[in-house]
Design a protein around this ligand. Structure first.
Ligand code: GLU
Length: 263
């Protein structure tokens, strides 16, 4: 079944892309660019939803106490987004791939005509063999129009383009049955049904610079599942593990897609 995969949406979080001080983790971004380029070489359509703009912006500005007010975060995003894209352009370019930046606001999904324009854009980019790199347009997004987390955004993108799989790269091995800091916590490797208890257990797991956490990842997996898309939550530290997922190895947490009525 995994060999049938044609389109994968990847989401990578701030805590994976940046060091604690907000500076970009170039070793990680290089390895990720190599693996995604290779998947593209193999014929898979790849879309990357990236966080890290705000973190990289604060990092570049040398601000380490990470303010929470919206104008400061907007300014950081304006600085960090092009820092991020510069690095992606360089690394993906080294591996022979052209990237395209797609900055999205929530309205682009809510209004039918805008959703259609967005889909047409993705289709054209993929047709031109471009690897689209998506983020929320944080420099202009304010409270009312904001997704706020790229987990939800990545699930919406996966739904829009009818992807086969959503892979969320994060700073933890996957979903645990209780707080992963507790010594008797176990990794859940396969999820068939998303229960309210799972959502409850995952509360309060957001990182310092990212806005999501395990709750938003589970909610994203639910959007994907309802649209018959498989989701994997995987530690992003070693991007080569993505190959293992595609070889059918059980690492991270795999959320099965919804079963079709006749199955
Ligand atoms: N869009 C935000 C950024 O690029 C990240 C949102 C998130 O952490 O999910 O910094």
């Amino acid at each position: 079944m995994l060999s049938d995969i044609k389109t994968i949406v990847f989401k990578v979080g701030t805590s994976t892309l940046t060091y604690e001080n907000g500076k970009l983790n170039l070793k990680l971004i290089f390895a990720l660019s190599r693996v995604l380029s290779d998947l593209k070489n193999s014929g898979i359509d790849v879309i990357l939803v990236t966080s890290g703009a705000i973190g990289a912006g604060f990092g570049k500005l040398g601000i380490t106490d990470f303010p929470h007010d919206i104008p400061a975060r907007q300014a950081a995003a304006a600085v960090g987004q092009n820092e991020l894209m510069f690095i992606y352009d360089k690394f993906f370019g080294d591996f022979g791939h052209t990237i395209g930046q797609v900055l999205i606001t929530k309205e682009d999904f809510e209004k039918e005509d805008r959703r259609e324009h967005l889909l047409n854009n993705f289709k054209a980019l993929l047709q031109f063999n471009v690897l689209p790199i998506v983020n929320e347009n944080d420099a202009v997004a304010t409270d009312e129009i904001v997704f706020g987390d790229n987990d939800t955004l990545s699930a919406q993108v996966a739904k829009l383009i009818d992807a086969d799989m959503l892979i969320m790269l994060t700073d933890i091995d996957g979903l645990y049955d209780k707080n992963p800091k507790e010594c008797d916590a176990h990794l859940i490797s396969f999820v068939d049904e998303i229960t309210p208890e799972m959502v409850d257990n995952a509360k309060g797991s957001a990182s310092k610079l990212g806005t999501g956490g395990m709750t938003t990842k589970i909610m994203a997996a639910k959007i994907a599942k309802d649209n018959n898309i498989a989701t994997v939550i995987l530690k992003g530290e070693h991007p080569d593990n993505i190959y293992k997922i595609l070889d059918g190895e059980r690492i991270g947490t795999y959320f099965a897609p919804r079963k079709k009525d006749n199955e």
